[in-house]
Design a protein around this ligand. Structure first.
Ligand code: ZN
Length: 267
């Protein structure tokens, strides 16, 4: 009899739990939730192309079950603004718009609520780039220096409660990469929120090209836009760490979740 009472109590507690308004049911997609566009550069340096190919495979795997529509392109030329606006996110893999028309379309796309997640050389700019809007979009920094060769580095989470970083350890070692420093430092810009930095414990970093100090943000967002920049993206070692993979997924999800037409993950 006692056994039955325990069983009954168990059943009651389970059904009470199931009726709790705070417990959300799984929301299986009945259709593709959103559209994403991968932009890559097949004629870049080999280490960047290696990353781009692995990244495309990473996003294809993220799309197992076809939760979203995933397209890829090597140029934004020829894509009308209206078509571009159908994408909830453009993932720039070591690539950036270069022609006047594609730059103008990209500006409009971002100014009107578009989403962007850029890796590594997608933010590279110097005097020859000649695109002031893009530089302010990225936070105002121009390429300053880098470590060489690529190597692992200790990262520190700057904002632990942000949707992109909240599940990450406070410090973790990033896979081998070439990291860029910028001038002026993006953190000095009031519109920029830095989410992840290289730890000063890494200094000196490099064997051939050595960096001895300086503020070194590597993941940030410009709060005026639906964007995130990640400095990773060099070589074929970038997808070998679960923490970094989680960072990439969380960043992608965060940008998409703020789509002005509504959060696709709630649909
Ligand atoms: Zn590189």
């Amino acid at each position: 009899m006692k056994k039955y009472l325990i069983l009954l109590a168990l059943v009651l507690s389970v059904s009470a739990f199931g009726g709790d308004k705070n417990v959300r049911k799984a929301n299986y997609a009945s259709q593709k939730r959103f559209k994403a566009l991968l932009l890559w550069e097949p004629h870049a340096e080999r280490d960047h192309v290696d990353f781009d190919k692995q990244a495309m495979e990473f996003f294809r795997r993220l799309n197992w079950g076809q939760g979203f529509q995933l397209d890829s392109t090597t140029t934004l030329d020829g894509i009308p603004l209206d078509s571009l606006k159908q994408y909830s996110i453009i993932v720039a893999l070591n690539a950036a718009p270069s022609s006047p028309q594609s730059r103008a379309n990209f500006e409009r796309y971002m100014e009107e609520g578009g989403g962007w997640m850029g890796f590594h050389a997608s933010a590279y700019n110097d005097r020859r780039t000649n695109w002031p809007w893009y530089v302010q979009f990225l936070g105002g920094g121009v390429f300053k220096c880098n470590n060489w060769p690529p190597q692992p580095a200790l990262a520190v989470v700057d904002v632990t409660k942000h949707p992109v970083t909240k599940a990450l350890p406070k410090e973790f070692v990033l896979p081998a990469s070439e990291f860029y420093q910028w001038t002026p430092e993006p953190r000095a810009n009031k519109d920029i929120q830095v989410l992840l930095s290289l730890s000063p414990k890494n200094y000196p970093i490099g064997i051939k090209d050595i960096v001895y100090g300086g503020d070194w943000p590597i993941v940030w967002t410009n709060k005026k836009y639906r964007m995130i920049y990640l400095n990773m993206g060099h070589g074929n070692q970038e997808f070998k760490d679960a923490d970094q993979d989680l960072l990439f997924v969380s960043a992608f999800r965060w940008i998409v979740s703020r789509d002005p037409s509504g959060n696709p993950f709630d649909k």
